[in-house]
Design a protein. Structure first.
Length: 381
């Protein structure tokens, strides 16, 4: 059987696209095959992101914050947001929500298989697994089969371990999300902690580093224990959940399409929607999949063109990453300077690719010119 669409990889991007297709009266009857090597039944990650107003996945938002806190040794501030909200979604809630919704549709088939190849053949694309070959007019891929080559010369790893902790007595203010606390040793590279309380007794505490290599398991544990004791002043707590992750922050060029962009469209991290300078992906996946739906509805090729503004943001990201990679400035210094000198709404608009050119200039003008100029010119090539 030939499908209309194959969704290769059903994580954040694959399921975001599937949900949007099924919510659309014009597209929801398409024959779709969803392939993933995993069952998507584990709470393997927590997504945080910011947006204005209600998003498509509002009903599964675990918690949201109107105030964000930034801390560094010489600057500490709580920012009240006017338009943006910082939101959290649990991986398992997202997987269950989309998969259960999709199960109501007879035209959607799920299969658990390891994909070994995806190729363009004439006017369709083919997905190969150990036991079968599937065909579709379009394959939307979020597996790592087409990742560019990444190494220490062009990439950093954003790696982190997070613990959801529960205390016996009320200690947290659930209205304030601690976005970045840089008061930690920077010996390995840009290093910060974030603390996202979902109630007075429960919070996600995550130790995050942007470095070349990951640490030993015990190092994450030791730093988390030390931070909870010394910075949060908590002695008595229970660990309800742990998560570990590695996100590529890379200058390598991720391609949005494969084989001339005809029948294989890359989504999510595979399509370059993980922001090179911060690792945030969720909100960019939502914009991309929304654009794909618009094109599919118009009967157009579903590979949205890279706009001039997107190219500008890619250049900013690459420049910032290059500055950190080449050790011209420390990540801590860059983020502290921005948060010290600019309003939170401007910073979030800039980091979320939603700023005006004037806001871009505002953010960039508070940073030292030379390192950014040198790296920026290098990244223009
Ligand atoms: C622990 C963790 C926390 C994160 N937190 C945030 C956050 O707070 N905010 C944010 O914006 N981003 C965050 N990210 C980054 C990013 O949002 C996630 O990695 C996101 O899941 C990327 O979406 P994706 O669809 O590209 O990849 P994934 O969600 O990883 O989906 C890819 C899917 O492809 C499947 N797959 C891969 N290879 C094959 C194969 N050969 N055959 C079949 N299936 C295959 C995988 O099983 C997976 O289901 C986090 C990442 C991690 C790991």
């Amino acid at each position: 059987m030939k499908y209309d669409y194959i969704i290769a990889g059903s994580g954040c991007a694959g399921l975001s696209l599937l949900y949007r297709i099924l919510k659309d009266p014009q597209l929801c009857k398409k024959q779709i095959l969803v392939i993933d090597k995993e069952q998507k039944n584990k709470n393997d990650r927590t997504w945080c992101f910011w947006e204005k107003g209600n998003g498509l996945f509002e009903s599964i938002v675990t918690h949201q914050w109107e105030t964000l806190e930034f801390l560094s040794n010489d600057f500490q501030h709580k920012f009240d947001m006017t338009n943006y909200r910082y939101k959290m979604i649990q991986g398992i809630d997202f997987y269950n929500y989309v998969i259960n919704f999709a199960k109501q549709f007879e035209n959607i088939t799920f299969t658990s298989e390891n994909i070994t190849g995806i190729t363009s053949v004439d006017d369709f694309a083919e997905v190969t697994t150990k036991n079968a070959t599937y065909q579709a007019a379009y394959v939307f891929n979020s597996t790592n089969l087409f990742y560019p080559k990444m190494d220490t010369a062009n990439s950093l790893l954003q790696h982190f371990e997070g613990w959801v902790i529960k205390t016996k007595t009320p200690v947290f203010d659930a209205t304030v999300g601690r976005l970045m606390d840089f008061r930690l040793s920077q010996e390995h590279g840009a290093t910060f902690m974030y603390v996202l309380p979902t109630s007075e007794t429960e919070a996600l505490v995550e130790y995050t580093l942007f470095t070349e290599k990951i640490l030993k398991k015990e190092q994450y544990k030791k730093t988390l224990e030390g931070y909870i004791k010394d910075y949060l002043s908590i002695d008595n707590y229970e660990i309800l959940h742990t998560e570990f992750g590695i996100i590529p922050m890379s200058l390598a060029k991720f391609s949005r399409s494969v084989s001339n962009g005809k029948h294989i469209i890359n989504l999510g991290t595979a399509g370059g929607f993980t922001k090179a300078s911060s690792g945030y992906t969720f909100q960019f996946v939502q914009k991309h999949t929304e654009n794909i739906i618009e094109l599919l509805k118009k009967g157009k090729h579903p590979n949205p063109k890279v706009t001039f503004r997107e190219k500008m943001y890619q250049w900013y990201d690459r420049t910032l990453l290059e500055v950190i990679l080449s050790e011209k400035l420390e990540g801590k210094e860059i983020f502290t300077t921005i948060f010290k000198n600019r309003k939170i709404e401007t910073i979030l608009a800039f980091l979320g690719n939603e700023s005006s050119i004037l806001e871009d200039i505002k953010v960039m003008s508070c940073l030292p010119i030379m390192p950014f100029l040198v790296s920026g010119l290098k990244q223009l090539k």
